[in-house]
Design a protein around this ligand. Structure first.
Ligand code: DQA
Length: 146
């Protein structure tokens, strides 16, 4: 079984640290990446960490994760809009944990809808950068075939 886990980030997450810090906190995306790499080392995962502002590029990133142990996916706003991302997650058949920094259910109604949750292995939100750590631990906890 592959030990590679792809941590994929969607639009505007490159602005973490300065973007609405009251909602998303002070950590930068580089801080989140360092956290994921540290946790990945503990769990024995090779981490591929990527961010894009483009929906099509995120589809490509998901396709490129085919054969990986898992995907931790913060698709950001595309979570709430993208059939293409949902289809990509379904197509690759890699256990995918949907994560969000904020508790999307405590926010605007349009954030309560996710095209990804029905095809994700599970969903973690509301724990800031720890949502990613919990996502990695969730992948580690899965039996090999799930
Ligand atoms: C987010 C929540 C989304 O609703 C929002 O569009 C984002 C970030 C989060 O991590 O809390 O860009 O995915």
């Amino acid at each position: 079984m592959s030990d590679t886990v792809h941590v994929l980030n969607g639009p505007n997450l490159n602005l973490l640290g300065t973007r609405e810090p009251g909602i998303y906190g002070a950590a930068t995306l580089a801080d989140v990446e360092a956290l994921c790499r540290a946790e990945g080392a503990q769990l024995g995962f090779d981490i591929v960490f990527r961010q894009t502002n483009s929906e099509g590029a995120l589809v490509d990133f998901i396709q490129e994760a085919r054969g990986a142990r898992g995907i931790v996916l913060n698709a950001a706003a595309y979570t709430h809009t993208s059939v293409a991302l949902r289809d990509a997650v379904s197509a690759v058949g890699v256990p995918t944990i949907e994560v969000h920094l904020s508790n999307v259910f405590a926010r605007e109604a349009f954030r309560h809808q996710s095209f990804l949750s029905p095809v994700a292995r599970g969903v973690i939100c509301g724990f800031g950068p720890q949502s990613y750590v919990l996502g990695l631990r969730a992948i580690a906890s899965l039996p090999p075939s799930s």
